[in-house]
Design a protein. Structure first.
Length: 463
């Protein structure tokens, strides 16, 4: 749910919604049918680092040379863009599906990128009329081919398009062995409300296996609601989790955490039981104040952070993050939410709309993108956990080259902890998105790349 960039502007069975997909294309013009695409894979050979960015309304994956993005001569230009790759198939001659790619996750060996398409293979008109409630897909991209400029604006890097069997997917987490992905079903069939499944995808077979059905929420009325709310915010939300982000902690044999925007909480999930389709996989829920969207796990697996973005039930945006103790969450402790901190603003009544979160490699700092406040928060994790004042140690305003609001969303951090890349800019024309490279020691932007998709969401770093 809630894939809308700025809310101020405003189910079928598994078998029924899993379709078939057809053959590979080499350019924009030839047809690409609706079945799984197969092509030879190659080992990634590249000069690091690159950014792989979801292009959302442009239906592209944008590849950016991060070093070029930091060259002063390239600031405010698209010069650092290596490729814009198509990631949705043709549904008619010369007509790409409007998939709304919103998330990019790399396989552990960095050979493949998994692109979550929020609206799958619908028409541009269908997505424009109502961006929610469409059957989703995951596109498998060969990373080595993605870096080849010869594949610009083609489907040559696409190896498969996998129907998720759920609606409006957003979150995706890959298991440590690279064999499976957990994908959130964020919405219902035709509605923004109605999603409460986590889908297991076999990444080797490239097919969806089964769903984990999450427990109902406790909104104070009977579940499921009748009728299901078509669009939010609406007081009928609260039964369905409408899950957004998904992460996996390595602790306790693998525990997944999901940002449940519809029920304003976080699910704690046993990964092994989920893969086995065994009962009791959802271990519990942790309330976090208001509907979370972004979610991140610390490098040691001990902490989970959520960006508590907005209410699903009323017109109210959030201004805080939560820090969750993984061990306590697994144990079912009531104090598993160890800290809740206002970010992006000094006014407790003002909305900053936290969107994305990311831990630095040492786990000491958490970055938060604040969509409504147009800034990036630096949070001292230790101070936040101790409850001391001044845990938000810095706040960096982000400026676009054209003076429009920055509307920051996705965040990734380099393995050495020196730089972060942040996506943003409002929805507009094609190639209207912006990406910032931030020097974390200096706490300032050192490069801006334009032409990065349209209302760009999440991204991945190829180190």
């Amino acid at each position: 749910m809630r894939i809308t960039g700025d809310r101020r502007k405003r189910g079928s069975s598994f078998r029924d919604i899993v379709g078939t997909l057809g053959r590979t294309t080499r350019s924009y013009a030839p047809k690409l049918g609706l079945s799984v695409l197969f092509a030879a894979s190659a080992t990634t050979a590249n000069a690091a680092p690159y950014l792989l960015v979801s292009g959302r309304w442009d239906n592209t994956l944008v590849v950016i040379d991060m070093a070029k993005a930091m060259e002063p001569a390239n600031d405010g230009t698209p010069n650092a863009i290596v490729n814009r790759l198509r990631v949705t198939p043709d549904i008619a001659p010369n007509t790409a599906a409007s998939g709304q790619p919103v998330n990019v996750v790399l396989s552990p060996d960095k050979r493949f990128a998994y692109i979550v398409n929020h609206s799958g293979t619908v028409t541009t008109k269908a997505a424009a009329d109502f961006q929610h409630g469409h059957a989703g897909t995951v596109t498998v991209v060969n990373v080595a081919k993605a870096l080849d400029p010869a594949n610009n604006m083609t489907l040559n890097a696409v190896e498969a398009v996998i129907p998720t069997g759920n609606f409006g997917p957003v979150g995706l987490a890959v298991t440590a062995d690279g064999k499976y992905a957990l994908v959130s079903g964020s919405e219902g069939d035709g509605d923004e409300d109605g999603g409460r499944v986590i889908t297991v995808i076999d990444l080797n077979a490239r097919k969806a296996l089964h769903h984990l059905e999450l427990a109902w929420g406790t909104p104070g009325f009977a579940c499921p609601p009748k009728p299901i709310a078509h669009a939010g915010p609406h007081t009928g939300f609260g039964c369905f989790t409408d899950t957004n982000g998904v992460v996996i902690s390595s602790r306790h044999g693998g525990i997944a955490f999901t940002a449940n925007g519809g029920t304003h909480d976080v699910s704690v999930i046993d990964v092994a039981k989920t893969l086995a389709n065994a009962p009791g996989a959802e271990l519990g829920r942790i309330p976090v104040g208001t509907g979370p969207w972004g979610i991140a796990v610390s490098p040691d697996g001990g902490w989970v952070a959520t960006a508590n973005r907005e209410s699903a039930r009323v017109e109210a945006e959030g201004n805080h993050i939560s820090l969750i103790n993984v061990d306590k969450a697994v144990a079912g402790a009531k104090d598993a939410e160890a800290a809740r901190l206002i970010v992006g603003t000094n006014n407790p009544s003002a909305a900053s709309r936290p969107f994305g979160v990311a831990f630095t490699p040492d786990g000491k700092t958490l970055l938060v993108s604040n969509f409504r406040a147009n800034n990036l928060s630096f949070v001292d994790v230790e101070k936040a956990l101790s409850g001391g004042l001044g845990a938000e140690v810095a706040r960096l305003p982000l400026a676009t080259p054209d003076g429009k609001p920055s509307r920051p969303r996705g965040i990734v951090i380099t393995p050495d902890g020196k730089y972060a890349a942040v996506t943003g800019a409002p929805r507009g024309e094609a190639n209207s998105g912006v990406l910032w490279v931030v020097d974390l020691a200096q706490r300032k932007a050192v490069g801006r790349v334009t032409g990065v998709g349209n209302e760009t969401y999440l991204l991945a770093l190829l180190p």
